[in-house]
Design a protein around this ligand. Sequence first.
Ligand code: PLP
Length: 398
Amino acid sequence: MGAMQDYINRGESYILKTYQRYPIVLERGEGVYLYDTDGKKYLDFAAGIAVFALGYGNKDYNDALKEQIDKIIHTSNLYYNVPAVEAAEKIVKTSGMSKVFFTNSGTEAIEGALKVAKKYAYCKDPSKEYEFIAMNHSFHGRSQGALSVTGNAQYQEGFVPEKMRAVFAEYNNLEDVKSKITDKTCGIICEVVQGEGGIYPADKEFLEGLRTLCDEKDILLIFDEVQCGMGRCGSLYAHDLYGVKPDVMALAKALGCGVPVGAFVTAEKASYALVPGDHGTTYGGNPFATAAVSKVYDIFDKLDLVDHAREVGTYLFEKLEELQTKHDCVIAHRGVALMQGIELNRTVGDVINKAMERGLILISAGSNVIRFVPPLIITKDHVDEMIHILDEVLEEIG
Ligand SMILES: *Cc1c(COP(=O)(O)O)cnc(C)c1O
């Protein structure tokens, strides 16, 4: 038995089976390539699910983390720490928003954002019940609060307490959202580009309409930019593309580029709802995690990664359009910059497996969509390399 199969067997023995994992053990990365424990090389078009924007082994990033390890890894939110202050400042200055709360994950960023909206409504009228409007096919995380606004029965079933149920509206359908607003509604939450739901970008009129609606009702608009934020859509924050500002924004995934960290960011109006004692976390915003965040912002700047993502994204878009023309099994192509997807007329598991055999890592979004969320440092040559393999695989499956 090979070393890789041995790891897989042990993984099956000891790790709780909540994933149907692909049968490879990834050991190290270099740029946009990953290597498994047998030394096989893969071109990575998944980036650990839209996380590792910088690519693997960025020296600046690695050095910053090593340096921080030698200074201090953890203190507590009972005190200030330098990296957290610096990282929060960078988020505020780049977003034009007001305050930051660091979390350990995207899910926790959503939890915090939901609490802000509830508390904001509570401060106005403590006697009421509160309800959220969320979107069909959305994904916001797996905790019970975040799940409650996740519009996908597959994730929700059996896990959402009755009291936490949100009201779901059709994405990009403003009239549907309007028809669901009641005096209980305390917030509207949506992704700016839906990720897990199949790569659906919002329409400009839709986001503008949500903004107006929330202003009229004095309720909070929450944008989940956990996946679509951090340059992936060709602007640092996806909502910048639309010129529509949220009251609360959730970030994670590429925020720390692999170090587990998320954040919810509040606009001025939403910055005073939570007061000391209302929310907390032991690890959230610790110096190690926030040193990563701070460095990520520096490297984005230094490498002009957002412009780069937009440029390569345009190229990827053209190439995927060509692929769609060539293969009948590709029935749709959507997305922006380095967050794109193609929809097939069948489930995509087979395509992903065959691509993996040929040294290309792809991921799905739902059952019929292949999602392209590579490291942002990807080049046109890498796009060509990916398209070449995918073309062969699509040819083979017919
Ligand atoms: C991944 C994701 C989350 C959850 O983030 P975790 O870090 O997995 O908890 C929330 N919202 C969106 C849009 C995501 O893509």
